[in-house]
Design a protein around this ligand. Sequence first.
Ligand SMILES: Cc1cc2nc3c(=O)[nH]c(=O)nc-3n(C[C@H](O)[C@H](O)[C@H](O)COP(=O)(O)OP(=O)(O)OC[C@H]3O[C@@H](n4cnc5c(N)ncnc54)[C@H](O)[C@@H]3O)c2cc1C
Ligand code: FES
Length: 368
Amino acid sequence: MIAEVMVTIVVISGIAAVLSALLNLSDALVNNYGRVKVTINKKREIEVDGGATLLSTLASEKIFVPSACGGKGSCGLCKVRVLTDIGPVFPTEITYLNKEEAESGVRLSCQIKVKKDTNIEIPEELFNIGEFKARVISLCDVTYDIKELNLMLEKDIEFKAGQYVQLIVPPYDKIRESTMRAYSISSPPFQRKVIQLLVRLVPNGAATTYIHKHMKKDEQLTILGSFGEFYLRESSADIIFVAGGSGMAPIKSIVQEMLRTGIERETYFFFGARGVADLMYTELFRRVEADHEHFHYVPALSAPEEDSDWKGDTGLITDVLDSYLTRQGDREREAYLCGSPGMIEACVNSVLKKHGVQEDMIFFDKFG
Ligand SMILES: Cc1cc2nc3c(=O)[nH]c(=O)nc-3n(C[C@H](O)[C@H](O)[C@H](O)COP(=O)(O)OP(=O)(O)OC[C@H]3O[C@@H](n4cnc5c(N)ncnc54)[C@H](O)[C@@H]3O)c2cc1C
Ligand code: FES
């Protein structure tokens, strides 16, 4: 039954996406909207050619709205409040907007076009997001499907540990247009000229196939940043980090920043992996654990290789997390999770809430 519902949702979304692409094509061929004005936060006015998406219109003026999926309508991060009546919300937007957002004019800026003078509101901090030229200074395997990518920037970047950048991938092979995807910065913010990303290969993924199979040392790229709300909050509560795969990236940055600033809150880092082959930076986190009494590293393998001599925790990360929290008893906790949507939802709904972690003390970045 669930499978049938999922298939129906996928089919309907596919049809909506195809119809939307056809409508966009005919709109571009038939209509000429001339020059139009976009007024931003009632104080800045830009004049542009009408007809492009609001997302690309703003980007052409160097105002970068978060867009982890590169405008495909599949991340829901490009929300902007539109104060002018531009018609009803599109089917491609509905799943990403709650009732309150839809009623107050919030729209996905990659799905709507600027066809007439339009007033919009965006968070002030978006004016500070920059574009950076970057050079690939190293690209190496940290597991069989995760690469560590180090980029030298032409100028310093400011970010909070845990935030992400958007990487623009050039056209290659059958990918005719450049694509943009979000990658969390895994290096600490005091390192402003060279940033590190951890990128997991998604089979047939447009950006990750490029990064894993085509990217070369010394290649020039462009990144936008920095974005995101996934950063450490000030509090005295215990910290629970949970990550799977490349979800380790922002947590690695946060842990390094905690060491630099001397934050000594009781911290548990649960890292979920299938086998020993999926573990990375083990020495780094073991060293932090050895040097800092308050820091505990808990890698857990769900399917350890038969020939491995793994002596650590085994099982699904949800079960391992549950058993640690049960043993610790009642504590005030703040949780930071990063990785696949399924892992995050399972940890939040089946474990963290059960152990009384308040919803406003749970932060996450869902990859994918
Ligand atoms: C805030 C944020 C931060 C992120 N940080 C990182 C990071 O540090 N490291 C990292 O590796 N990724 C990260 N991601 C995911 C990343 O942005 C891309 O979605 C991912 O790399 C896939 O891009 P692609 O172009 O290769 O795949 P696409 O061409 O976009 O997708 C191809 C197919 O794979 C599916 N898919 C997309 N992403 C995933 C996934 N992660 N797992 C499984 N299937 C997927 C799609 O549904 C599609 O069917 C982050 C995402 C967000 C929203
Ligand atoms: S950019 Fe991803 S939904 Fe708009």
